[in-house]
Design a protein around this ligand. Structure first.
Ligand code: AMP
Length: 306
């Protein structure tokens, strides 16, 4: 089994009430790939600039992630995001976004990336998501994430991109914004009417909800005493969720399998927020994932051995 992801590969500058970093490895594709790498083979597609060095690539490679489609653009600048969080860590405030090499990126993924059974279109311009979707003919399960910026500035192409995938993973505020529907269940149904049969709502520290035709399911978050930086939590959730599905060959998953995938997503996101950027996930061990999965099961009476 294999999974391909396209999305931002970034340097992030982040400030939270618990500290700050001027320049750390980040990006939706990076956070996603690291989380998914615990479950399956992962290929990353996306451009980087000159200053993206071997040390950054090594973080990915040391997790067995294939970086042949990480294209270095000479003279280009790596995607840069600056943001901060106030006391409510569920709300990210964007201070600066520089697309850099993404502005002109022309994806040319290898056969290996194109043949992966699972595809994740992580948060990036919807037109780029669509181009990669069209190139990855092997994908039997394709999922997409986005954010308020693209909902505001590229709503039509985002709606078209959504119609071309089977699964949408957005946070609750984004689902409401996209559909104009204040009620989450109705908003999820409105997204299903666009095409996807699986809609996941990420709800920050409160957990996540899953909508499939005729069913709705909610799972609480894993409560932690120390949360330092929520950046990448959504992508780590998606990485645990889709990585688990791909790893067990579930490309047309039933509801019980989706519930287990939600629990793995929850566990990966919970590790991600304990430290800044990729710091915690970069040294995470499979045993820690399994331990926390069992703890989440016991705490929530969630009844499915992983
Ligand atoms: P999240 O999981 O939503 O916290 O995603 C955080 C990551 O998204 C950060 O590492 C950023 O580099 C990346 N990011 C922020 N804004 C954008 C954007 N407009 N497009 C793509 N990626 C972004």
């Amino acid at each position: 089994m294999a999974l391909t992801v396209v999305g931002s590969i970034a340097f992030d500058a982040v400030r939270t009430p618990f500290g700050e970093r001027d320049r750390m490895l980040g990006g939706s594709a990076v956070h996603f790939a690291l989380a998914a790498s615990f479950f399956t083979e992962v290929n990353v597609v996306g451009p980087v600039g000159d200053e993206f060095g071997e040390a950054e690539l090594e973080v990915l490679r040391s997790h067995g992630i294939e970086t042949a489609d990480v294209e270095r653009i000479e003279g280009g600048e790596t995607f840069f995001w600056r943001g901060h969080y106030d006391a409510d860590l569920n709300v990210a405030h964007t201070d600066e976004t520089r697309l850099g090499v993404f502005a002109e990126f022309d994806p040319k993924p290898t056969d290996r990336s194109r043949g992966a059974e699972t595809l994740f279109l992580a948060n990036i311009q919807p037109d780029l998501q669509r181009r990669v979707r069209a190139l990855c003919e092997g994908a039997r399960l394709a999922a997409l994430d986005s954010m308020n910026l693209w909902i505001e500035t590229e709503r039509d192409s985002l709606r078209t991109a959504i119609a071309e995938v089977g699964c949408v993973i957005l946070n609750d505020a984004e689902l409401r914004m996209l559909t104009g529907e204040p009620n989450l269940l109705r908003a999820a149904r409105a997204v299903m009417e666009m095409g996807p049969g699986i809609v996941v709502a990420k709800r920050g520290e409160y957990g996540s909800a899953l909508f499939t035709p005729g069913a709705a399911y909610a799972l609480p978050g894993f409560l932690l005493e120390d949360v330092r930086d929520p950046t990448g939590a959504g992508d780590s959730f998606a990485g645990g969720f889709l990585g688990y599905l791909d790893g067990c060959g579930a490309h047309r998953p039933d509801d019980a399998t989706l519930h287990r995938a939600m629990a793995y997503g929850t566990v990966l996101a919970s590790f991600n927020v304990e430290e800044f950027g990729t710091e915690r996930i970069a040294r995470l061990k499979v045993e820690e994932i399994n331990e926390r999965y069992a703890e989440l099961r016991a705490l929530t009476h969630f009844d499915a051995p992983g």
